[in-house]
Design a binder for this molecule. Structure first.
Ligand code: R5P
Length: 286
């Protein structure tokens, strides 16, 4: 088996290669003067099981993913597994108005053309898995988030809404801590409100866990609520640290710490999901 890291996922590809004890090839990428992309894999992949790691975010990385899959198929490979740590376009997972594209489905259709299987991480909606006709598996970042949080010994893990309670419970089970949820209502893509709810957070250290931090609106409102109710510290931890519109700056002034996994590489992505990918690849291989 050999790992190919696309430009979005160089660190994760390296962590995965040391976790699995197999080699990793960094794809060469460049841009032509007209800004079109170019990729090259300068290591022979014949007879290999290839694992490609690349996000579908931002837009130009989607094209890079397709070019990488194409370049990999220039060799006589045994099998290609495409890992998409952060699946961009997942949030348009249904038609909200007539005539709209279901972008999560459109991507699935193209991604699976040149791969044997797909692995996704904490996908926005489970229904997206159903758009793939080839084998697709989802892994979660929550166990590794829990492992990383052991050094902080938090008293309670909080989900921002009831729908995310399973994430808080997964993290809490690693830490053997309490868990609960806030009551979030989303008004639009930039605005959320928290309904009043009494929480057992007075004089306790809290971690809010979520799949994604985008504008940061959810975490900011949740942190305000938790601190108003007497929490001594609030750490925010997510799988995908997307941080749009200056979110990280705002979050840093509110929370005691911001953490994310390496599905999206940034200054907060201190937690690697490589051990979770290893578990699933081992299952498949054996
Ligand atoms: C919602 O379904 C997600 O789990 C996140 O809570 C949400 O996408 C976070 O977005 P933002 O950071 O913009 O509030």
């Amino acid at each position: 088996m050999i790992i190919i890291g696309g430009s979005t996922s160089k660190k994760l590809a390296k962590s995965l290669s040391s976790e699995l004890g197999i080699s990793c090839v960094e794809a060469q990428t460049k841009r032509f003067p007209d800004n079109e992309g170019y990729v090259r894999i300068d290591t022979a992949l014949d007879n290999e099981e290839v694992v490609l790691v690349q996000n579908t975010y931002p837009d130009e990385k989607i094209i890079e993913l397709f070019l990488l899959q194409d370049a990999i198929h220039e060799f006589d490979i045994k099998k290609l597994t495409t890992i998409i740590p952060y699946y961009g376009y997942a949030r348009q997972d249904k038609k909200f108005n007539p005539g709209e594209s279901i972008s999560a489905r459109a991507l699935a259709r193209y991604i699976e053309l040149l791969t044997d299987e797909v692995i996704l991480v904490d996908i926005h909606a489970k229904s997206i898995l159903g758009w793939f006709t080839k084998p697709v598996r989802e892994i979660s970042g929550m166990t590794q988030i829990g492992e990383f949080l052991k050094q902080y010994s938090p008293d309670i893990i909080m989900a921002p809404d009831k729908g995310a309670i399973n994430r808080a419970s997964s993290v809490a089970s690693v830490l053997n801590s309490d868990f609960d949820y806030l009551e979030k209502t989303r008004l639009d893509e930039h605005t959320v409100t928290m309904k009043a709810k009494s929480l057992d957070v007075k004089a306790r250290s809290v971690v809010i866990v979520d799949d994604i931090i985008a504008t940061g609106g959810t975490i900011i409102k949740a942190t305000d609520e938790l601190k108003d109710q007497g929490a001594t510290s609030v750490i925010a931890a997510c799988t995908h640290g997307l941080y749009t519109s200056g979110a990280l700056e705002k979050l840093n002034s509110k929370c005691d710490k911001i953490l994310s996994t390496d599905t999206l590489e940034s200054e907060t992505s201190l937690i690697t999901i490589a051990p979770e990918i290893k578990k699933i690849l081992k299952q498949k291989v054996s």
